[in-house]
Design a protein around this ligand. Structure first.
Ligand SMILES: [Zn+2]
Ligand SMILES: [Zn+2]
Length: 89
């Protein structure tokens, strides 16, 4: 056996060769949860994930995700073309 047990997933016991591999698995398969103070039930802490491949940030509310994604859109159109170049004076 040549598997480092320190990279075992504490939730599903899956083993990983590298720590980043384990962390990526945990983030994707076992998203952080929180206990709802009203219902006392566990629920996902972050439900809304950015659809941009290189980003994948997660947000607690849809509104924050929407705001974030619009920033991506604005940034991309800016880098493609700058139709309005504001004069400084
Ligand atoms: Zn796991
Ligand atoms: Zn994003």
């Amino acid at each position: 056996m040549n598997i480092d047990a320190s990279h075992g997933c504490p939730t599903c016991k899956k083993l990983f060769k590298t720590k980043p591999g384990l962390l990526q698995h945990v983030a994707q398969s076992h998203p952080p949860t929180t206990v709802d103070p009203v219902t006392n039930q566990e629920r996902p802490l972050f439900k809304f994930q950015c659809s941009v491949d290189y980003c994948r940030k997660v947000f607690a509310t849809k509104a924050r995700l929407t705001t974030h994604e619009s920033e991506h859109a604005a940034g991309e159109s800016k880098s493609q073309a700058a139709p309005f170049s504001k004069p400084k004076f």
